[in-house]
Ligand binder design. Sequence first.
Ligand SMILES: Cc1cc2nc3c(=O)[nH]c(=O)nc-3n(C[C@H](O)[C@H](O)[C@H](O)COP(=O)(O)OP(=O)(O)OC[C@H]3O[C@@H](n4cnc5c(N)ncnc54)[C@H](O)[C@@H]3O)c2cc1C
Length: 398
Amino acid sequence: MSIIIDSEQCTACESCIVACPYGGIEIIEGSAVITPDCNLCGACVDACPVEAITLERTEYIDKVDKSQFKGVWVIAEHYGGEIHKVAYQLLGKGRQLADILKTDLTIVILGTNFDQILSSFGDYGADRVIYVESKILKHYYSDIYVNLLSDLVSERKPEIILIGATPTGRDFAPRLAKRLNAGLTADCTGLEIEEETRNLRQTRPTFGGNLMATIRTPISRPQMATVRPGIFKASNETKKKIKIIKIEKDLNETDSVTKVLKVIKKQKTTVNLEDAEIIVSGGRGVGSKEGFKIIKDLADALGAELGGSRVTTELNWVEPDRQVGQTGKTVSPKLYIACGISGAIQHLVGMQNSEIIVAINRDKDAPIFGIAHYCLVGDLHEIVPILTKEVRKIKSED
Ligand SMILES: Cc1cc2nc3c(=O)[nH]c(=O)nc-3n(C[C@H](O)[C@H](O)[C@H](O)COP(=O)(O)OP(=O)(O)OC[C@H]3O[C@@H](n4cnc5c(N)ncnc54)[C@H](O)[C@@H]3O)c2cc1C
């Protein structure tokens, strides 16, 4: 797509500049001109009173025969011989989407030494596994992934492709989308099917998390989305007998422009918010670094992980690894206790999938109460120690 401006028609009235949320258009020498910040949203087209701006679509998109595309795919990634947990979570969501579309769910693995576990993906709802095997695929190679996946997709034509929004997924997903001329929505927090059109409604935070945007890619296929770990839940409710398609490839390092010299494991942090069953988080309302002691005491009493809002990590009240939210961790524990956290959308997107949410806030109108299952209105400095005492008492009675 591209924006075309008829400079003879343009009156330099600046309506387009007012309408553009991105600073993607400016007036130069009496005519509107597109800047590199334009994201082709088309707001300027609608705003122009003299129809001097048009949005041109390329021929290719109109030619896609959507009826040829069937099935939901999850691309699994792996590290150190283990499939990343986000793949199982995407299978959980993928199964729901595939059921609505009355189609198959496929997991795609590019790797080596996975033969033993292939049939287990049926326990997580997959109908089929496509396993591309090659020794070199023990490690991740960006260009090899894109080449192999674009060949597979062009040949088998899935309707939807789900990828983890991990460093690896974020690397190959946009390259693959570009190669396939497909739409890609990054960091989705919600995925739904529009049944009549079979379009995937992909919801994600935008404008710094202040708005949730629902995006569709109605004229191209496949529809691609990346999703951060922890957004969806793995499910082993629908067990399927799995069909295995193994494709052996004779690849070596000369097939890539890169060469993996050494894999350096990230220093293991002791913080494991994503897998925690209980998280007790504090916000600005805690008041100080010292004030976090009562939050930590409650976390310890419950055997929980400690979390914090961004404010608290910026103020160095808690370590950066413990930040929950859009620019922190996405968590989905069984129990999330938010103490003195207002419930800004950027925090909510990181914890709203928690099974039970308890919020403690002295402001009865705090937005966090909008999603909390249990709302405690009052001073956290009074409430939290009482909770800790009760938890300790109950535990000592067990
Ligand atoms: C691009 C972007 C990304 C962001 N990413 C994140 C993110 O990942 N995670 C995140 O958390 N934020 C993020 N933010 C920041 C977010 O917008 C909020 O500013 C932040 O979440 C607010 O933190 P808070 O709730 O701790 O503080 P506040 O909003 O100041 O809320 C403090 C709350 O504590 C209550 N309170 C005060 N004293 C007490 C008391 N004694 N007892 C009980 N309640 C009390 C108040 O009533 C208030 O509701 C992001 C912002 C942007 C723009």
